[in-house]
Design a protein around this ligand. Structure first.
Ligand code: MF3
Ligand code: CO
Ligand code: CO
Length: 383
């Protein structure tokens, strides 16, 4: 596994693992966010015994992190201007995937190889009937995996335990949990609690009564991905959080309702923004929906906010996600030092729902739709 190292980090004798990038490109791209590491290191110039601790924490880490996606979590809390009350907790060891499971090309070394250079980053692929049938199967597995995770949500369970449920259910179905080692993401799903917008890393924190938690599941099966998420209530949740989560659910429903051939991708953001702002909520701008299929993330890019510049119109045979993230306060996001966890800038709560969709000749098929067996966890869906 070839890595390049940040020369400044080497000069400052920062931990080897912390200074590692997967490539020159990765280093260049992440410079904007990475350079603050040097300043922080200088400011907090640690006491010698402290430095030893930090180093050993990193060396014991089960694997290297790509610094494009931040520093690994040590037993010590990093210095950070936390926006809300949530904090990172320790992350468990990498879960194993049995040899009989077909793995995407990032499973071993953390770097997707086909995805970034594919033509389908620019051209929106029209899926063949064979690809579509595989997407149906994979998305159904994804749905069953998310439902299994939903059933264990309760005060006291850790998000790491939820990750174990997702990991085991995915493998039991013959699939690979797509997030695992994708750009070095360390777990098999994302769990985003309270002010976390998306990409929360499952960890040792126990869910508390009154929390909200989004579980984002992506399964790779028969060479194609299916991606969906829902935000769940943990025990008794305050009314404002209930309204936030229900409104986010409705934003996705309303956006799906306009999907059909000929509709502009940029319209999706208009619909979502209209519904969210009506309730005094704001729409996240940094994270978007995406094309999906044999690639996890590809064209089209689907912003959820108004007056966006998304190009193109929908055509039958395209598959993509819509996954609005809606905030109780400001739309702006911040990144935790782990390089993954996106939080609201004001520390107020954020909710998200996601489906993988197929554009049909007459409209849309929700490939990750809820099943009659799906747990009844959303009060507004009860008859
Ligand atoms: N499932 C997320 C999405 O909706 C992507 C997670 S990538 C990960 O696009 F690496 F964070 F897992
Ligand atoms: Co997605
Ligand atoms: Co997702």
């Amino acid at each position: 596994f070839a890595v390049c190292r940040c020369p400044k980090c080497v000069e400052l004798k920062l931990p080897r693992e912390g200074a590692a990038f997967c490539s020159q490109d990765c280093f260049k791209e992440s410079w904007g966010s990475h350079k603050s590491v040097h300043l922080k290191a200088k400011l907090s110039s640690p006491a010698p015994e402290n430095a030893g601790e930090q180093n050993s924490g990193l060396s014991n880490d089960p694997w290297l992190y790509c610094l494009r996606k931040g520093q690994s979590r040590t037993s010590k809390l990093p210095n950070f201007d936390w926006t809300g009350s949530l904090r990172p907790y320790p992350i468990s060891k990498k879960r194993l995937v049995p040899a009989h499971i077909e793995q995407p090309d990032w499973a071993i070394d953390g770097t997707p190889k086909i995805e970034p250079s594919s033509d389908f980053q620019h051209v929106v692929e029209i899926k063949t009937p064979d690809q579509i049938e595989k997407m149906r199967e994979t998305c159904r597995i994804g749905r069953e995996v998310l439902d299994a995770a939903a059933r264990v949500v309760r005060p006291g369970i850790t998000t790491d335990e939820i990750d174990a449920v997702v990991h085991d259910a995915t493998i039991a179905a013959g699939g690979y949990p797509s997030p695992l080692n994708y750009h070095f993401f360390p777990k098999s799903c994302c769990t985003s609690v309270n002010e976390v917008i998306c990409h929360g890393i499952p960890d040792a924190r126990k869910l508390e009564d009154g929390d909200i938690v989004n579980i984002d599941v992506t399964v790779c099966y028969k060479g194609v991905h299916g991606d969906l998420n829902e935000t769940f209530f943990v025990g008794n949740v305050d009314e404002a959080s209930k309204r936030l989560v229900q409104c986010t659910y409705e934003c996705l429903e309303k956006a799906i309702a306009i999907v059909k051939p000929g509709v502009r991708f940029r319209e999706i953001g208009e619909i979502i923004n209209r519904h969210a702002s009506m309730s005094g909520l704001s729409v996240v701008r940094s994270y978007c929906g995406h094309g999906i299929g044999e690639l996890f993330h590809c064209a089209p890019n689907i912003p959820h906010y108004a007056r966006n510049k998304a190009v193109g119109v929908m055509k039958a045979g395209q598959t993509f996600t819509i996954e609005p993230m809606i905030n109780a306060g400001v739309w702006r996001d911040r990144m935790w030092p782990d390089g993954w966890t996106a939080v609201t800038a004001d520390g107020k709560r954020s909710a998200q729902f996601e489906h993988t969709l197929l554009v049909t000749d007459t409209g849309v098929e929700v490939l990750t739709a809820r099943l009659p067996s799906s747990p009844n966890v959303f009060p507004w869906l009860k008859s």
